[in-house]
Design a protein around this ligand. Structure first.
Ligand code: SF4
Length: 305
């Protein structure tokens, strides 16, 4: 039996993004965007309530209870780029917290302002930023630029994150880096030192949609080895460790999981959670508690990250 402090549910509330990373697996279908639940406050509320009812630590009927125990449930707001809906987020986070969730956010930070972070940070346990490179050339080549060609200004980001920690000193900062062919040789040490995250997740590019920027075992391991002086915060995830280890809900309110084998196989989706109930929908997809718990080991203080 695994014991884990926090069960994390990733709600990918939109597939839309203002960046166009070449490896990105959130492919925006404009027709699908009209079905995004985030646009409908009542449907959003119903989804959150059903998710919390099903995953609440006290729900003895949750099938995961036979394999693991958890004390908290965290709703991680992800995308696409969730800050494209920044006007809706304060209300969504407030509702989630009122139900009993902890809340966190993962963003590309392109629209993260000091004012926004001052409003959101006090309600978040974790703030995650996706960052692949400190080089403008590399970021541009990856596609981490908006349609006007604007890149994230890393010094401005550092100042915004400093401000976030000022307003909420308990806020934990996480960086996500996708190792791909274009950044595999880079040394990100100065950037990581400047931003001083509590956790740095280093993910191997997952060839879901394309393997154009895929890296070899040697390149991925080389990137991780080059940054071993961050071993206390660095969590490396190879493709196999990612499979079935995330609890993910799509913009339309369905559980989804990566297809099992081939590039371009795409995703497997459940029936809509609010239509059939979370229990039935959860039965439609696979989830591996062993891999999940391996990603969120208990820290020395007993807190999962
Ligand atoms: S920032 Fe994230 S969601 Fe946006 S294109 Fe890049 S990988 Fe996709």
């Amino acid at each position: 039996m695994h014991t884990n402090t926090t069960l994390v549910i990733n709600w990918h509330l939109t597939e839309a993004c203002n960046y166009s990373c070449r490896y990105c697996y959130a492919k925006w279908d404009e027709a699908a965007s009209s079905r995004e639940l985030i646009r409908d406050p009542e449907k959003t509320e119903a989804l959150l309530a059903e998710l919390y009812r099903f995953f609440a630590p006290g729900n003895a009927g949750n099938p995961l209870r036979g394999m693991m125990r958890w004390k908290n449930v965290r709703l991680n707001l992800a995308g696409g780029e969730p800050l494209l809906h920044h006007r809706r987020l304060p209300e969504v986070i407030r509702e989630a917290r009122a139900l009993g969730f902890e809340a966190s956010l993962i963003t590309n930070a392109s629209r993260l302002t000091g004012e926004m972070v001052a409003g959101l940070a006090p309600h978040l346990t974790w703030l995650g930023i996706s960052l692949d490179s400190a080089s403008a050339t590399t970021n541009r080549a990856i596609g981490r630029a908006n349609r006007h060609g604007n890149l994230l200004d890393l010094e401005t980001l550092a100042e915004v994150l400093d401000a976030a920690r000022c307003v909420h000193p308990q806020l934990k900062l996480k960086l996500n880096t996708v190792v791909n062919k274009l950044n595999a040789d880079e040394d990100l040490s100065p950037l990581i030192t400047r931003l001083a995250p509590d956790k740095w997740k280093v993910l191997r590019m997952l060839p879901m949609v394309t393997n154009e920027l895929a890296v070899s075992d040697e390149d991925f391991n080389g990137f991780v080895a080059r940054h071993q002086h961050f071993a206390t915060i660095l969590c490396a995830e190879d493709n196999q460790e990612m499979r079935d280890s995330y609890l993910m809900v799509d913009p339309c309110g369905r559980f989804f999981q990566n297809g099992q084998q081939e590039v371009g196989q795409g995703y497997i989706y459940s029936q809509p959670i609010t239509e059939v109930g979370a229990a039935k929908a959860f039965g439609d997809i696979s989830f591996d508690p062993d891999r999940f718990c391996a990603r969120y080991p208990l820290s020395a203080k007993g807190a999962s990250k």
